[in-house]
Design a protein around this ligand. Sequence first.
Ligand code: MSP
Length: 635
Amino acid sequence: MSKPFYITTPLYYVNDEPHIGHAYTTVLADVIARYHRLFGDDVHFLTGTDEHGQKVATAAEKIGRDPQSHCDITAQSFVGVWEKLGISYDDFIRTTQPRHIEVVKQILRRIYDAGDIYQEEYEGWYSVYEERFFTEKDLVDRKDPISGRPVELIRETNYFFRMSKYQEWLLKHYEEHPDAIIPPFRRNEVLGFLREPLGDLCISRPKSRLSWGIEIPWDPEYVTYVWFDALLNYYTATVSPPDGVQVGWPAQYHLIGKDILTTHAVYWPTMLRAAGLDPPEHMLAHGWWLAKDAAKMSKTSGNVVKPLDVVDLYGPDAFRYFLMRDMVIGQDANFSEENVIKRLNSDLANDLGNLLNRVTKLLTQHFDGIVPETTWEPEDSLIEFAAATAMKVRRLIEEVQIHAAIEETLQFVRAINRDIAAAEPWKTVQSDRDRAGRDLTRAAEGLRIAAVLLAPVMPNTIPELFARLGVNPVPDRDWDDTRWGDRLFGRRVTHGPALFPRHRKPKSEQVGKQAKPAPATTGSETGRDVLTIDEFQRVDLRTATVVSAEPVEGTDKLLRLEVDLGGETRQLVAGIRQHYSQDELTGRTIIVVANLQPAKIRGLKSEGMLLAVRDGKELHLLGPDGDVSPGMRIS
Ligand code: MSP
C-alpha cells in the first residue's frame, strides 16, 4: 500500500487577483506533491478559494457585482494562473460549494451540541478590513493594528467557540510533536502564544452587518465567521472529494504563510479537537517574498508583483525554479527581476543548459546522434555521485528543504560538467573513439538522472529535455528512473536551440548597487601573528540566517538579532544599527563565530559574533556568495 500524502495550500481570498504570494505557496505545494508522486506516495493535493466574508462582499459591491458571480469570475482567474504554471492539483475547493457549506453546518452543529459554542454579548473595536474585533489596548493610534485602517466600537451578541478549553491539550500536543510546526522557530512562537491565556473565539457575524457567509444552522440571524468556515475546507475535501478518490484525514501537510500561523496552529486544531477529529500532522509556515526595498508585497501595501508578468517574460519553469531555489523555507526572500536573471543564468543556462548543449552537440557531430552502448566501470565516481545525490534529494524533500534538494542536484550537474571538460571527448574522439563515446554516454546518463530529479520543479521544460535525449518525454516516472543504467543506449538525441537561454538585464530594471572592490590590504606579512591550521579550525565559523532584528533600548548603535543556525536559534547583539535597517537584515545570510564565549551586552546575552568589514565609515556584513543553508560550517 502506498503512503497517503495529503497536502494543502491556503484557500485564497477572491477579492484579489493572484499575486506572487499565492503563486509561491501553490508552486511549493505542487513541487512537493510531484516529488512525493515520484516516491510512489498516494498524493492528494488540494487548493482553492476562500469566498465568504466582508472583504469579498465589499470587493463585489465596489464593482457592482453580486458576490457569487464575483467569486465565480475571480476563482476562475486563479484556475487560469495555476494552469499556466503547471499546477497539478487533484481538487480545487471553493467555500461557496454546497459540499463545503454542508460540512461547515454539520461541524458547527456537532460542536454546538457538545456545548462548546455559547452566545454572549460583546463589546469591542471592530475592523471591517480584518473582519475581527480588537481590544482597546490592541489598537495603534486608535486604528486597526494590522492594516492601520479605521475601527468602530460595536456592541453585539455573538456566538463564541470555547477555544480556551483546549489550550492545555494543544500546548501538550505541540510539546509532544516537535515537527508539527515547521520551521522550529515558528513552533516556538506558537508555544509562546499558548503559554499566555487563550480567549474564546467569536465565530458568528450578525446578518444585519454581513450576510455573505454560511448561515449558523440553529440561528438564521447569523452567518459563520469567515475563518471558521474557511479552515474547515481541508476537512470537507476528505468528506466529499472528487469522484472516485479516497482521501483520509488528517492531512500530512498544510502549507501556509507566516501571517496566517495563529489561525492554523491555534484556531484550527482546537476546532478539530472539539469536533472529535485529529490535528493535521505538519504545518509549514513559509516566509514572505519581499520587494527590493523590503516592503511587503501584498494587497495591504499595494506593492504587488503579478506572477504572470515574470511568467510571460521568462516562462513558467524559470519562475518556478527561481521561487523554489531562492527561498529557504521559513525565511523571507528578495524578489527582483535582477535576482531571477542571476539565478537563471547561473544554474539553468550555465550549468544545466550547457551540459545538455554539449552532450547533444558532440553526439550529433561525432556519433550521428546515437548514444553509444558502453559498459560501466564498477567504481565509477560519477555513478556513486548520482546514487548519493538521489538519496540526499529524497531525504531533503522529505524534510521539505526544497532549495537544498535543488542545490544537491545542481552540484551533481556541475560534477558532470567538470568530468566532461576534463575528459575532452571532442579531442579523444580522433584517437580513442570508444573512450570518447563512453564519456559522452556517461555524461548523458548523468544528465538524464539530474533531469528526473528536477522534473518536479520544472514539469513544463524537463519533458523537452527528455525528448532531446531520446527518451519518453512524459514526466510519468518513478523513483527507479533515478538509477544509473542503460536507458539511453542506442537512443537518438536531438541538438536544438537553448532550452535554458541566457538573459540580459532588461532596461526597465533598476541596476543594483555594484559590489565594492575589496579594500586593498595594508600592512606587511612580517610582524603578523602566525596561526596554525589547527588553531584556525578551532574557530567555528558558520552561516546563519537572520530571523529578526530589533533595536536595543537606550542606545542607537545596537541591534538584537535572532539568527537561525540551522535548526538552532541564537541571540546576537551587534553594533550595526547605524549601517543596516531591520528590514535589510531579516532573511539575510551572514557569517557568525558560533563558538565564542557568550557575553552580556546591555543586559542581553549575545551568543556569538557576526563578521563584518569596515571600509572607511562604511560597514559591510560578510556572507556567502550565493544561497547557502543556515548552519553550514565554513572551512
Ligand atoms: N483566505 C486566507 C487563508 C484561508 S486558509 C483556510 C488568506 N488568503 S490570502 O489570499 O490573503 O493569502 C494567502 C496566502 O498568501 C497566505 O499564506 C500568505 O502568507 C500568502 N502571501 C501573501 N503575500 C505573500 C508574499 N509576498 N510572499 C509569500 N506569501 C505571501 O490569508
